[in-house]
Design a protein around this ligand. Structure first.
Ligand code: MOS
Length: 743
């Protein structure tokens, strides 16, 4: 056996998922469960003036109608996730008569059946005194709120821009989008002897436990949070959504378990979303294509109830070598639910503009867009001056160009026509995503019966973490991957980080690695007894001694009391202090990187698209996508490819289809269902080719694994927009790009 890391092991949870054995939160059967349904505000701003719950309460089987009148309960202090807490928003519905956004929860109905709860939720009568409201980023008369902390400045970019012979100054817009995982938000809650048991789809059981303990002012040990399977999350399940608190309150008051499954429509407002954003990008260059100024000003949609933003300038400022860099951010408060994390929250919108601008610059310079990027490749981070932990962007472009057949591209827009008359366009763009790390614990146990267990309270949100963490342990312990059981997504396990920010493999994987090494050391020490253990290795279920003799691991364990070796490890990134680690391990948000004290760590990728445009109908088809990525060590090429190509497909969806439309007069999201919120289906996607380069990153973490989960989406919208320009000569600076844009 050559080891498991690097092999395309099939998902450990595949069988459970396809046979229905995998239980999701809404499947969890508490005895005597009552069912909940929500009533949502029809107005975007104002006050409730009249509330009548009599008709709702009269529905047979209704147990309770919670509104702001009946809720009044003292809650512990718990804050917004972006301010160091765990809540998705700092606003908790049902705490006053004020309305802050359309779709705000205004009542929670509990009944013996789902049907009764839903019927009653519709019968709650509410009158509002509504005020004018705005849910759009680009409304006239908007007020910009500058974010001084976001400023990045190197050299004198304004002067360099003014003096440059070649320059681009363009503004790009990306709309609000919503995560639409197949698994709806849900919560099954039961109080048992004063202890709170919560089943919910979560990217962060440890944070949820810590947050709920604070809200209900009970010890963390009295909160149990379970989320073994998650049917898609994408950032939307990374913090405590307000309805979870409301359901838990209702369950406590009722003295009965309560389950809520949030409807697809309500998904748009009871959780978070990707806010709309604008990027003004200014690039200046010498005539031979050397960048002399890189400027990026971003304006992001924020909420009146929470000042929050996700801006990609940390990444765009590091993309290319330039002596002068200047970037600012600002937000616009709108009357919407609090925006939040959504796959590559900052980078995906930012890179649409930034990488479109690079293409515009290449066009103006008459330089091939790949060559332009290669000639401006920075040896070090142009902002901090620190070296990269690894950066293989140029090899990604070279390999991607080869697979894609970039040399077949004739540069002139509109010059490539397929045999069926379709206009053909080739476009490319850079992708990147920070490789941050968080502290994590893990426990590894091997037993004489041949079993090996890995425990960690991180998550497999559909990414393959169950499989990948097992592979890390398998290699250290010299056992077959199939013999390993991995348990995740439960607050009783050793602490794991939020499974967000593409950190799970690197962070939880490093903890598993450390715990497995400790187990291996004990095996070696047991064999060595009083002798020197130097030179021992492990392979094929045996400890191998320096003289080549072998001792079966099972036999070694059988000789131990209990027949078991079990080790717990706490792992932290090198740059992190102990106190921050403790904070992280106790369910706090604690990240290190991507800029450390000695290096800067990002994953990189080169992305390519071929579009075909019908010459008459102007329908846009993404015929091919190619992505080549360098993400450090790839633990499992099958699951990594699945993540990366999923990101690419979402990027295509984002470029051409996805947009949460705003009903401006009513200041509400208009297309709150999957019939009108368009997501790419199979027929929208052509060929997807995804490769990962071997990349040795000796410093990023214990296992050399950089971020995989999000980088795949980042460059795709720009690559497609650039391809559309190449096919048609029309530069579209706004997604989604539609037929009417290229008529
Ligand atoms: Mo990801 S948006 O950090 O779950």
């Amino acid at each position: 056996m050559d080891g498991s890391i690097g092999t395309p092991v099939v998902r450990r949870d595949a069988l459970a998922k396809v046979t229905g054995v995998a239980h999701y939160a809404a499947d969890f059967p508490h005895a005597n469960t009552a069912y909940a349904a929500l009533t949502l505000s029809k107005v975007a701003r104002g006050r409730i003036t009249r509330l009548d719950t009599a008709s709702a309460e009269a529905v047979e089987g209704v147990q309770m109608v919670l509104t702001h009148r009946s809720l009044n309960e003292d809650l512990g202090e718990e804050t917004f996730v972006m301010k160091g807490g765990h809540m998705q928003s700092s606003f908790l519905p049902l705490t006053s008569d004020e309305i802050h956004y359309a779709g705000q929860i205004v009542s929670l109905v509990i009944a013996d059946t789902q049907e009764a709860a839903e019927q009653a939720a519709r019968l709650v009568e509410i009158d509002y005194a509504s005020e004018s409201a705005n849910a759009a980023l680009d409304a006239p008369g908007r007020k910009l709120d500058p974010m001084d902390k976001s400023t990045i400045a190197v050299g004198d970019a304004e002067a360099a821009f003014a003096a440059a012979p070649v320059k681009i100054d363009a503004t790009y817009y990306t709309p609000a989008q919503h995560h639409n995982p197949i698994e709806l938000y849900a919560a099954s809650v039961a109080w048992v002897d004063g202890k709170l048991h919560v089943n919910l789809p979560s990217q962060w059981v440890m944070g949820t436990r810590a947050g709920l303990a604070k809200v209900f002012d009970i010890p963390v040990d009295d909160v149990v949070v379970e989320s073994p399977y998650v049917g898609g999350a994408f950032g939307g399940k990374a913090s405590i959504l307000p309805h979870v608190v409301l359901v838990a309150m209702a369950a406590r008051r009722l003295g009965r378990p309560v389950k809520l499954v949030v409807s697809r429509e309500a998904m748009f407002t009871v959780g978070s979303f990707r806010p709309a954003a604008e990027s003004r990008v200014r690039l200046a260059a010498t005539k031979d294509g050397k960048l002399t100024a890189v400027m990026h000003d971003e304006i992001g949609q924020s909420a009146a109830i929470d000042h929050v933003s996700f801006m990609g300038m940390e990444a765009t400022s590091k993309m290319y070598a330039s002596p002068n860099i200047l970037m600012h951010g600002a937000t616009v408060a709108t009357d919407v639910n609090t925006p939040g994390f959504m796959r590559a929250p900052a980078e995906a919108p930012s890179f649409f503009g930034f990488e479109s601008a690079m293409d515009e610059l290449a066009e103006q310079l008459g330089i091939d867009p790949i060559e332009l990027r290669i000639m401006n490749e920075p040896e070090r981070d142009p902002v901090s001056g620190l070296p990269w932990s690894s950066r293989s962007l140029v090899p990604c472009f070279r390999r991607g160009a080869e697979i894609f057949g970039w040399n077949r591209r004739s540069p002139e827009p509109g010059s490539m026509i397929a045999s069926d008359g379709a206009l053909v366009g080739y476009g490319c763009a850079t992708a990147t995503y920070p490789s941050a790390m968080a502290p994590s614990s893990a426990r590894v146990r091997i037993a004489a019966d041949g079993s090996c267990h890995v425990f960690c309270a991180a998550h497999d949100v559909g990414t393959g973490a169950y499989t990948v963490l097992g592979q890390v342990a398998a290699d250290v312990l010299g056992i077959e991957d199939s013999e390993i059981r991995v348990e995740m997504g439960h607050s009783r396990h050793p602490s794991g980080p939020v499974s967000g920010g593409s950190i799970t493999t690197g962070s939880a994987g490093s903890a598993v690695h450390k715990a497995a090494l400790a187990v291996r050391e004990r095996l070696f020490a047991t064999v060595a007894g009083d002798h020197d253990r130097t030179g021992m290795t492990i392979a094929d279920r045996h400890v191998v001694l320096p003289d080549g003799s072998r001792r079966a691991i099972r036999d070694i364990l059988a000789g131990l009391p209990g027949g078991v070796i079990e080790e717990h490890a706490d792992w932290k990134p090198d740059d992190m202090d102990e106190k921050t680690m403790r904070h992280g391990l106790s369910g706090g948000m604690a990240f290190a990187g991507p800029v450390g004290s000695s290096h800067v760590s990002f994953s990189f990728g080169a992305q390519f698209a071929e579009v075909r445009i019908d010459p008459l109908l102007r329908t846009i088809k993404v015929a091919r996508m190619v992505g080549v990525f360098a993400c450090g060590r790839i633990i499992n090429p099958r699951t990594a490819r699945s993540n990366l190509s999923g990101g690419m497909i979402w990027g295509a969806s984002s470029a051409l289809l996805e947009e949460t439309q705003v009903d401006r007069p009513r200041a509400r999201f208009a297309n709150t269902d999957l019939a009108s919120y368009h997501i790419a289906a199979n027929a929208d996607i052509g060929e997807v080719v995804c490769e990962m380069l071997d990349e040795d990153d000796p410093v990023v973490n214990a296992i050399g694994a950089k971020a995989v989960g999000e980088v795949g989406i980042v460059g795709m919208p720009a690559a497609i927009a650039n391809a559309i320009y190449h096919a048609t000569g029309k530069r579209i600076r706004r997604t989604p790009i539609r037929i009417e844009d290229i008529l």
